[in-house]
Design a protein around this ligand. Sequence first.
Ligand SMILES: *Cc1c(COP(=O)(O)O)cnc(C)c1O
Length: 345
Amino acid sequence: MDLQRLVRPNILRLKPYSSARDDFQGDASVFLDANENPLAMPYNRYPDPHQRKLKKMLAELKNIHERCIFIGNGSDEAIDLLIRIFCLPGHDNVIIPQPTYGMYSVSAEINDIGIRTPSLTNTFQLEPDVTLAAADENSKIIFLCSPNNPSGNLLRRADIEAILKSFPGIVVLDEAYIDFSPEESFIHAIDRYPNLVVLQTLSKAWGLAALRLGLCIAHPDIIALMNKIKPPYNISAVTQQLVEQALAYPEQKAEWVKQLIAERNKLVQHLGSISLVEKIFPSDANFILVRLKHAEKVYHYLTQNGIIVRDRSRVVHGTGCLRITVGTPEENLELTRALERFENA
Ligand SMILES: *Cc1c(COP(=O)(O)O)cnc(C)c1O
């Protein structure tokens, strides 16, 4: 892969904004450089634009070098930055095997980037040949999601590697749900694949969706480009502090994951006993894709009963499907009871 050739020329040329605190390294006690209000406390100072402490904790937790980590205001920020680094508006395109997470397409469209949409198989697996055949010389990024949203399954490791080996552009692998799966993350494969960009998030297993924190793990040259174009203070001081506190207790996350997987398995069992349910797709995540009879009516019935699930009946291979997040034991019971009431009505 030739990174220089892949990056948009204006991004290569860009002289990034240098924030007040970038010019100075070391100890100081008088800060008169950033036009802050010295009288107000405790939120009067700009946050660390490089999130050094947070990166150090993440590097230790994930056993990966700090220079391989970018921190975004949600994974959604990372997706947008990657598109803006590599894709020339009105000219380049990205490849997004369907069905998958909607933000890749939205971000591409906002940036006026072409979208190519080969299909996953009807069991939501990748076909490397089909995916690669969708590419032309202007294809810059392939977006893969494993475990995939909305289907819940892991993509096969060998298929992901086949794409990493053959595609001359960037392969973004979104691992938002990796904590719920039995498979190992790809983050340690960045040494072997300089074109691999792994996305992770604190929004799911870590339970911090409200804080907006997404991670991007890749070769330091790619991370440097992301840092070059990001808004200088993209992660608030409050988010940095609260995430640092949460990361100190990884055993809490592990416990939640264990409980949610147990609940998922119970929910799968219970759904299997409801005759309205035609198919339950195997899940390696904290949600289940389910095909039901009368899916549209069921969806509206649930909504009327204050139970919100995601209607996925219009996505490729998703006919009659709803996506159900695993909730608390009480919430899951409310859901299955409502389905049984609909069935018996
Ligand atoms: C929920 C989700 C995310 C998380 O996005 P954030 O912006 O980090 O909250 C990313 N990718 C996928 C596939 C998701 O389902």
